[in-house]
Design a protein around this ligand. Structure first.
Ligand SMILES: CC(C)(COP(=O)(O)OP(=O)(O)OC[C@H]1O[C@@H](n2cnc3c(N)ncnc32)[C@H](O)[C@@H]1OP(=O)(O)O)[C@@H](O)C(=O)NCCC(=O)NCCS
Length: 181
């Protein structure tokens, strides 16, 4: 049977739920339109909500199929409004790759580490998964710290590995971190 992550999860202060097709305006307002947020990400800040709606519909279909990048919206407990997102790609061969983003006003409260820790622990408790990993731009030390707080260790630098369109064309160096068992 195909391995599926939990559809929803809860931590001390957050809950994660799959995106809905009608989350576009809330996600746009919370983080997706802010170029400071997307500075080190593989996508550019959205200028209009319509393409974001289309992206969220794709996320919904990934959950329906149980494949590809599976994303949750992160909401503060007791609310349904997204403050950010975290996602996992179950890559096969025992690997789970994570990515995460928060709206700027929610930075610095430990939320990304709280959500990542929960999902890394979920992943490594599955007999099928041996490696939980993530990467980030070498100039994004807050993200390296998030990975470390989730129990990952820094493994090295992948040179000219990913694109950050907000910063311009060209490939950039990344730090890779992982927790393995
Ligand atoms: C990176 C990001 C997810 C961090 O989220 P967050 O909830 O603020 O992170 P946390 O509060 O859990 O932890 C941040 C840690 O980084 C540290 N930090 C922040 N800025 C730092 C810097 N410039 N240099 C070194 N450490 C830094 C903080 O002190 C904190 O560590 P501590 O708890 O040991 O003090 C958030 O800033 C974000 O969404 N950025 C935009 C999207 C992004 O870059 N995502 C990651 C893509 S790989």
């Amino acid at each position: 049977m195909k391995l599926r992550p939990p559809v929803t999860f809860a931590t001390a202060r957050l809950h994660g739920r799959p995106p809905r097709a009608d989350d576009g305006p809330a996600v746009f307002a919370a983080y997706a339109a802010d170029p400071e947020v997307t500075r080190y990400l593989s996508w550019r800040a959205y200028e209009r909500v319509e393409p974001l709606n289309a992206f969220l519909s794709e996320c919904v279909s990934h959950w329906e199929k149980g494949s590809g990048h599976l994303a949750w919206l992160l909401c503060l407990k007791g609310t349904d409004s997204p403050v950010g997102s975290i996602g996992v790609t179950l890559e096969g061969d025992g690997r789970a790759m994570f990515g995460y983003v928060l709206g700027k006003k929610f930075w610095g409260h430990g939320f990304a580490a709280e959500a990542l820790t929960h999902l890394v622990d979920w992943a490594l408790a599955r007999p099928e998964i041996f490696r939980a990993w993530a990467f980030c731009d070498v100039e994004n030390p807050a993200s390296v710290r998030v990975m470390e707080k989730a129990g990952m260790q820094r493994e090295g630098v992948l040179r000219r590995w990913h694109a950050c369109p907000t910063l311009g064309p060209g490939l950039r160096d990344c730090v890779v971190c992982a927790k393995v068992r």
